[in-house]
Write a new protein. Structure first.
Length: 144
């Protein structure tokens, strides 16, 4: 009986990303986010950039970063990319929320925060799906 449960555990482990994969994905996501935010802040400080474009730029940067994180986290997996990618999106959003809340000393949760969290999680799911499928399609091309 112990022998039959061992392959099941190994198969289950192959479906979930390792902690190191999550750390790597989140670090890469912030290596995208931080420079973009720095460049954008320099543009805001030195030009007459309309304030109404701040939230769309932040949201676009977040989406690109979370897509990258979800894809990286799930790159070595065979299935359940959407769950692992969504978890990467959630972790990214939690870290972003905590840092911004500490900097601005405002831990309030409003409709915008909830919307951005949902977008982050869904984008992570999409990134996770892409991470698994892009790996599969590239391995199919190589095998031909």
């Amino acid at each position: 009986m112990a022998l039959s449960s061992t392959p099941k555990k190994k198969n289950s482990l192959k479906q979930h990303a390792k902690v190191l994969d999550f750390i790597k994905g989140i670090i890469v996501a912030y290596l995208i986010t931080i420079p973009v935010f720095l460049i954008f802040s320099i543009i805001l400080a030195n030009t007459d950039f309309p304030e109404r474009y701040i939230q769309p730029v932040v949201l676009a940067t977040t989406i690109i970063s979370v897509l990258a994180a979800g894809s990286i986290v799930t790159h070595g997996l065979k299935s359940k990319g959407w769950i692992n990618g969504g978890l990467a999106g959630l972790i990214y959003m939690l870290v972003l929320y905590l840092f911004s809340s500490i900097i601005f000393r405002d831990f309030s949760i409003n409709r915008y925060i909830i919307t951005v969290f949902v977008i982050g999680i869904l984008t992570g799911c999409i990134g996770g799906i892409l991470g698994i499928n892009l790996k599969r399609s590239s391995s199919r091309i190589k095998s031909r």
